[in-house]
Design a protein around this ligand. Structure first.
Ligand code: CMC
Length: 376
């Protein structure tokens, strides 16, 4: 039980206004700057969506050309950053590497104290361009492989595959990845975005806010769920075991990863389009292991629908999709960061435009006031 007037987890509390995105609970829909996210995912590139989130409008042809040219030019990492990354233990989580890299970028940025909209726009684009290079180099290092430099002739998503695997997969695979990036890009006042806004509200810098947001996203109740989905599927192993496993897990009060949502109570609007992209990936793979995992994925979803009426969230189809694209499980949440950095930085700019220090109150339930005893 909670004390009267306390809103544990800020559930249902409206803390500010935003013009970036909204979840319309009645229709379970999500819009970015007014556009339904499923239409953006179906018809626009991730670069266009990043521009939309930052500037409020989709780019025209010239703006997109300029945006792409600048993003491509900013991708390479300098030698110092690459060396720093190799000094981190390869037993640490890739999210720790990413968090450290962003903190390091802040320490190196001569404009770190400049929180003007122009400086923050430049920093945001630099992060968008560089984070994939960090993620890819770190993934390769863990396999004992040298980093592959970015290729400026390739688009954002294609270049990422190139830097990870030394090749660009079939267009349907790239498209599936791009859909996930668009769907993950922004989601109003979720925990990591709110974290970024709290840090920004003290007039701290953009890299500090993004570093903190990465820490918030890492947890399994938030971004870490996409990795946890894959671990769970591998733990269940056999589609025929899905129902029995679920019954045991629910009896043990386990949270079923990739299900449930604080805001969507009747289904996550991002799931159908991601699920369709996943289905296309499975059909294209035409591989017994991919088909087996997809059968297991569907069996668990159906079993869950029957038991608790809790719906899958975006992490449920995205987790398996990333596995089928060839990414290592611990890289899934860093992929989420590569996308959500657009939403975080849009919110940082918006917070600064009408800033109020975020400093809530707490209801005290500790000991009554008492006298400090004399020291022994
Ligand atoms: N598995 C089993 N039971 C669940 C789940 C789940 N995934 N989600 C909610 N419930 C139950 C929960 O046990 C509770 O039941 P009861 O009333 O009997 O105690 C009821 O539903 C309400 O749950 P809650 O945890 O109070 O609701 P919340 O709004 O705090 O939880 C959530 C939202 C996302 C933390 C939770 O659904 C969860 O832990 N899900 C698993 C982790 C996950 O997939 N996270 C990704 C979220 S979406 C993408 C993102 O933001 O990163």
């Amino acid at each position: 039980t909670t004390a009267p007037g306390v809103h544990r987890g800020l559930a249902g509390v409206v803390v500010d206004t935003t013009g970036i995105s909204t979840v319309i609970q009645e229709t379970n829909s999500l819009t970015y700057r007014g556009y339904p996210v499923q239409d953006l995912a179906a018809r626009r590139s991730f670069e266009e969506v990043a521009h939309l989130l930052w500037h409020g409008e989709l780019p025209d042809e010239g703006q997109l050309r300029d945006f792409r040219a600048r993003e491509r030019a900013l991708r390479p990492l300098d030698r110092t950053t690459l060396e720093l990354l190799t000094r981190l233990p390869d037993t640490c989580h890739p999210m720790d590497v990413l968090r450290t890299a962003v903190s390091f970028f802040g320490a190196e940025d001569p404009a770190e104290d400049d929180g003007s909209p122009a400086a923050n726009r430049a920093k945001s684009l630099t992060l968008l361009a560089r984070l994939p290079t960090v993620v890819a180099a770190d993934q390769r290092r863990r396999h004992g492989l040298a980093p592959i430099p970015p290729d400026p002739s390739l688009g954002y998503a294609e270049n990422f595959f190139h830097m990870c695997f030394g090749g660009v997969p079939a267009p349907e695979v790239v498209r599936c990845f791009e859909i996930s990036l668009v769907l993950y890009a922004e989601h109003s006042f979720n925990a990591s975005t709110f974290t970024a806004r709290v840090v920004t509200s003290t007039l701290s810098d953009l890299h500090s806010a993004v570093t903190a947001a990465i820490g918030a996203l890492k947890g399994p109740l938030h971004g870490g769920a996409n990795e946890a989905v894959m671990r769970m599927l591998l733990e269940i192993g056999d589609p025929r075991r899905a129902e029995e496993w679920l019954e045991e897990a629910l009896a043990a009060q386990r949270k079923i990863m990739g299900f449930g949502h604080r805001v969507y109570k009747h289904g996550d609007s991002r799931v159908p389009i991601m699920q369709e992209a996943l289905d296309r990936l499975v059909a294209r793979a035409a591989d017994p292991e991919a088909t087996r995992l997809a059968t297991l994925h569907a069996a668990l979803r159906d079993a869950m629908a029957g038991r608790k009426g809790i719906h899958p969230n975006l992490d449920y189809p995205a987790g398996l999709a990333y596995h089928l694209m060839g990414f290592d499980t611990p890289v899934f949440t860093p992929l989420f960061v590569m996308s959500r950095v657009t939403g975080w930085t849009a919110h940082i700019t918006e917070q600064l435009a009408h800033n109020a220090l975020i400093r809530p109150l707490a209801s005290y339930d500790g000991p009554d006031q008492r006298a400090v005893p004399d020291a022994a």
